[in-house]
Structures are given as structure tokens and as C-alpha cells.
Write a protein that binds this ligand. Structure first.
Ligand SMILES: *Cc1c(COP(=O)(O)O)cnc(C)c1O
Length: 363
């Protein structure tokens, strides 16, 4: 029989998601540096907490996430009443588009913005509006110039993925001050922890109730598999988002692991330190052989090979050596490769493999 159902408009415009590769045929001991995961894994305390939940899987999880919200509030100096927890921060992005954007509405994001902004905008039936960046940095003036009477949401990731660049809080404040106050500004802070002294924009939401900050346990906390994210905003905003949230959207293992991970400051700081050290060595090692990257504020570097052909060849060579990194053609950056900062030994191997690659190019 022929397949007759037709999805609503916009759905078939969504490209199917192609994630970072996880394995290579015929290659053992693959090093996965394609999805910005923490190479050292989660906090041992988070693992224990997750395991301990296993025997209570017959019970539904907490629906108000009170313990996790209170823990996050304490650790980050925030108001627990203004926190919402989600099944990864991806889910929050979808709550936002569901709640604020429909047919005829416009959602603004930048040309190298995170792919989920577009997916969720189209799912909601709204229209994506893509603005250019300036030297691979979020351009506040370009965003402000793109605002129309139909604009409902603006998404920016700061630092951004896949560019690894960061704009100062003063720039974000200039952006929110220039936006009409009915427009929701989403500050995606998936990599906020990697920027020393940056609060992800949480403090700005005290003044601007239309700001939503999103955070995740998938990156520095090493818990991508648990699917845990959270958001911070004004009380009325949290009430709106809570209406579209399923009552049991976060599972009990993730909640318990999240509480333990958030409290394990020592492990968190160790991960931040290790990342900075390995990242600087990787970036410098690559720069020394003529492979430039923007200074990274994240746990990955975006390396420009100058052409798509060379980026493809380098990708192939790394794969041949069991190293998986991320091609970013889907983000409009065909000459670049995004490399997650791995363990120090992995970074050194990448530099050594690409040193040979560069020699081959020069001849
Ligand atoms: C990884 C990432 C996320 C988060 O994803 P989760 O759903 O929390 O795993 C969100 N935004 C950006 C920009 C990211 O890179």
C-alpha cells in the first residue's frame, strides 16, 4: 500500500540529523572526538548516583525536579524557582519554539548557529531567519537589523558551536537592550562553563525577563548519554515553558547523577583545567604546522584547511588512524573540521598525524 499521510508544512524541510560518528568499520580502539563529549567521563560520584537509582526504576521520577533545581541554585547562586530541567537542553529549545513560534512567525539565529534551532523552528511551523556572522563571531548589529514585526525568538549560542567563538556579556546586553521586549532572547550556554567568570547570561535575566539561558550536562559534565539540561529565566517565562513540559521529562537516573555531578566541584574544576591545557597544546601544535583555528572558548577547535578537498583528505587520514572528528559541511563550513579536545595523548597524536598530512600537501 502507498504511504498517504502528509506531515504539516515545514516538517519535510527538516534535514535528517547526522550525528558525530561513533565507530569505524574494521578499526578497533576508536577515539571519538566528534561530539564535544568529555573524554574523561562523568564524575565518579555521578556514576554511583546513577547506579543507585537502578533499583527504584519501578517508580516514576520526580516531576518537579526540586532536588536538582535546589542543587543548581546553590552551586550557581541562582533562584531555584526560576530553573526548569529538561531532557537535554535540546528539549528546552523545542519547548521555546513550541511555546512562542508558529505559522507566520520568524525565528532568528546566526549562519553557523547550532542545527537544532532550525530543526525546532521548522517543527513548530515557523520561519527560520538566518543572519550572517562577522569573522565567525555572532554579529549583534546583523541580528538587530533582521528583526521584523513577526520576530518571536532569537537564538544565540555563546560560546558558539561549531565556531568556538565568544562575545562579551556587554555585547549581549546591547543585543537585548535593542530588542523589543516581547521577543524572547535565548542564550544557549552549552559551553558557558569553559569561559572563566562567565555566568551564561544568568544575571542579565534578573533585569530582562525575556531572556532564557540554557545549560547542559552533556559537555564538561560528561553526561551526554543521560540527557540532562536546564534553563534559567524569569518566573513568568518558566511558568510558560512548564506548560509544554511533560511531567516526567527527565528520568530518575539523570536527575540523581545531575545532583551528584553539580556538587562535585573538584571534578568539574579538574575537567576544566585538563581541557584548557590540552586545548592550548592542540591549538598551538596545529598552528605550528600551519593549521589555524580561532582562539577557542570551548572544548573543541575549529580548524580551517583552506579547501573542502583538503579538509576531506585530512578527515580521511584521521579516520584511517582511528580518530573520529566532525566535518562541518552541514554548518556551511566545508573547509573546516571540528576537533573535540581529547586526552593529551589524543591531541598529540592528532598533531603528529596532521604534521605528516601537511608535509604531503607541501610537496
Ligand atoms: C551540545 C550542544 C547543546 C546541547 O545539547 P544537549 O541536548 O543538552 O545534549 C546545545 N547547544 C549547543 C550549541 C551544543 O553544542
Amino acid at each position: 500500500m502507498k504511504f498517504a499521510p502528509t506531515p504539516k508544512s515545514g516538517i519535510l524541510d527538516i534535514d535528517l540529523y547526522v550525528g558525530g560518528k561513533g565507530h569505524l568499520d574494521g578499526v578497533e580502539n576508536v577515539v571519538k572526538l566528534s561530539s564535544n563529549e568529555n573524554p574523561h567521563g562523568p564524575s565518579p560520584r555521578a556514576i554511583d548516583a546513577f547506579k543507585a537509582e537502578a533499583k527504584f526504576l519501578n517508580y516514576y521520577p520526580s516531576s518537579d525536579h526540586a532536588e536538582l533545581r535546589e542543587t543548581l541554585a546553590e552551586v550557581h547562586g541562582l533562584d531555584a524557582e526560576r530553573i526548569i530541567c529538561s531532557n537535554g537542553s535540546d528539549e528546552l529549545i523545542s519547548f521555546l519554539t513550541q511555546a512562542f513560534a508558529g505559522e507566520g512567525d520568524e525565528v532568528i539565529f546566526t549562519e553557523y548557529g547550532f542545527l537544532m534551532y532550525k530543526v525546532c523552528t521548522l517543527s513548530a511551523g515557523a520561519t527560520p531567519v538566518v543572519v550572517t556572522e562577522k569573522d565567525r563571531h555572532t554579529d549583534v548589529d546583523a541580528i538587530l537589523a533582521a528583526v521584523t514585526e513577526n520576530t518571536k525568538l532569537v537564538f544565540i549560542a555563546n560560546p558558539n558551536n561549531p565556531t568556538s567563538t565568544f562575545i562579551e556579556l556587554s555585547e549581549i546586553e546591547r543585543l537585548v537592550a535593542g530588542l523589543p521586549e516581547h521577543i524572547v532572547l535565548v542564550l544557549d550556554g552549552a559551553y558557558a562553563e569553559f569561559v572563566d567568570g562567565y555566568d551564561g547570561g544568568a544575571s542579565l535575566s534578573d533585569t530582562y525577563p525575556n531572556i532564557v539561558m540554557t545549560r547542559t550536562f552533556s559537555k564538561v559534565y560528561g553526561m551526554g548519554g543521560a540527557r540532562l539540561g536546564w534553563g534559567y529565566s524569569s518566573k513568568p517565562m518558566i511558568e510558560i515553558l512548564s506548560r509544554v513540559r511533560g511531567p516526567f521529562n527527565v528520568n530518575s537516573g539523570a536527575l540523581a547523577a545531575g545532583v551528584a555531578a553539580a556538587k562535585d566541584i573538584e571534578y568539574f574544576e579538574l575537567c576544566i583545567k585538563r581541557n584548557a591545557k590540552a586545548r592550548d597544546r592542540l591549538a598551538k601544535g596545529l598552528a605550528d604546522i600551519g593549521l589555524q583555528s580561532e582562539p577557542s572558548f570551548t572544548n573543541f577547535v575549529l580548524v580551517d584547511f583552506g579547501s573542502e578537498t583538503d579538509a576531506d583528505a585530512a578527515d580521511k587520514l584521521l579516520q584511517h588512524n582511528g580518530i573520529l572528528i566532525r566535518a562541518v559541511k552541514g554548518y556551511g563550513l566545508p573547509s573546516c573540521l571540528r576537533i573535540t579536545v581529547g586526552k593529551m595523548v589524543d591531541c598529540d597524536r592528532i598533531v603528529s598525524i596532521l604534521t605528516e598530512f601537511q608535509k604531503g600537501r607541501a610537496t
